[in-house]
Design a protein around this ligand. Structure first.
Ligand SMILES: Cc1cc2nc3c(=O)[nH]c(=O)nc-3n(C[C@H](O)[C@H](O)[C@H](O)COP(=O)(O)OP(=O)(O)OC[C@H]3O[C@@H](n4cnc5c(N)ncnc54)[C@H](O)[C@@H]3O)c2cc1C
Length: 328
């Protein structure tokens, strides 16, 4: 069985990445002639629909209850997952990102398995071996892993790369309710408070608004104009690969095929031509605004609003209009 850690948003719905993990798990399970199960951490006040997991191809759910899980400590979660693994369970899929990776590292240690991070694709060969493609640190290379057959493998998948596959007809779901006793697990950290993320430091994969700059910003200083514009819109700054390669923005802010895949409500592309490699990482954004004087730039073909002009004129003009409408 392939086991997925199903996570919820603060609003009580399944996270997009949970449904994406299930999408990849179901395809892999079909190739390996096995099934997909999920761990669900029961937390106070949140009860998302298990039916939705069944509609995404899940056959069994392990619903875990514990005081400690409610506090969302990575040590407790990893211990609870390790304690409720069944012997047929070898492939463990967790969401990528800081929180999932913290749990994954601890879980791999507990189950004596291997952890593969920042995974882009999962596949199975004809002989039944699993092939896992992961991004190599730095993002310019990918590496293919073929884990040993007898060892559990913990996989954290990059959010946004897998495809959620919803069926109208849910699979029949086996539900296991388990009270997990974590009293013997040393608790190294405890989450005391959850604070809203600062858009400047949030992982752009989770950003609701993004302002991205490309080569058209002209200089390193030009990219600071993008940072200020992002701040004015309470958005996260991002960049094209060209801007990253020129040293104007850090690589973890790169959007595109070899960067991050983002789906914000608002994506403002400034001085970006819209090469297919860039569009691959942002075309699913809800509202796309392009600022680029070149009417033939491909970015305009997917933009919902195109502003044909120089970003050095348009951005300050938009900022002053915002200040007039939203004083203070
Ligand atoms: C294997 C591979 C993977 C890749 N992965 C990625 C990836 O993950 N992400 C990515 O972004 N790219 C990626 N690329 C590179 C991609 O193909 C493009 O080269 C890159 O996206 C171009 O970046 P850009 O749009 O910033 O620059 P350009 O293509 O040079 O476009 C700059 C744009 O700025 C406009 N402009 C100029 N002056 C102004 C101004 N004053 N105001 C407003 N607009 C202005 C121009 O009209 C132009 O359209 C990859 C390439 C390869 C081969």
């Amino acid at each position: 069985m392939i086991r997925v850690l199903a996570c919820t948003n603060p609003d009580g719905n399944w996270t997009a990445v949970t449904l994406e993990l299930l999408g990849d798990a179901v395809v892999l399970a079909q190739r390996l002639a096995t099934t997909v199960g999920a761990w669900v951490l029961t937390t106070p006040g949140r009860s998302p629909s298990l039916d939705e997991l069944a509609r995404h191809g899940c056959h069994a759910v392990w619903r875990l209850r514990s005081e400690r899980i409610a506090a969302w400590s990575p040590e407790s979660i990893a211990a609870a997952l390790a304690m409720t693994m069944t012997t047929d369970c070898r492939i463990l899929l967790l969401p990528g990102g800081a929180r999932g990776e913290e749990v994954a590292a601890l879980l791999a240690e507990l189950v004596d398995g291997e952890w593969i991070a920042d995974v882009l694709t999962l596949a199975a060969t004809r002989s039944g071996a699993i092939e896992i493609t992961a991004a190599h640190p730095g993002g310019k290379l990918a590496r293919v892993h073929r884990p040993a057959n007898d060892q559990p493998v913990v996989i954290t998948i990059r959010p946004g790369v897998a495809e959620a596959r919803r069926n109208d007809r849910p699979t029949s779901l086996e539900i296991h309710d388990i009270d997990v006793d974590l009293s013997h697990v040393p608790e190294l950290t405890r989450v005391e408070q959850l604070l809203p993320a600062d858009p400047r430091s949030v992982d752009i994969v989770h950003a609701q608004r993004i302002v991205a700059g490309g080569r058209g910003v002209g200089t390193f200083e030009g990219m600071r104009l993008i940072d200020r514009f992002a701040e004015a819109l309470s958005a996260s700054p991002a960049a094209s690969r060209m801007a990253v390669d020129l040293g104007w923005a850090p690589s973890h802010r790169q959007v595109g095929q070899t960067g991050r895949t983002v789906r914000p409500d608002l994506y403002v592309a400034c001085g970006i031509s819209g090469a297919s490699h860039h569009l691959a990482g942002m075309r699913q954004s809800k509202h796309i605004v392009a600022i680029n004087p070149d009417r033939s730039a491909p970015v305009h073909q997917i933009a919902h609003l195109s502003l044909f002009g120089d970003l050095h004129d348009l951005i300050p003009a938009i900022e002053s209009a915002l200040k007039r409408r939203l004083p203070g």
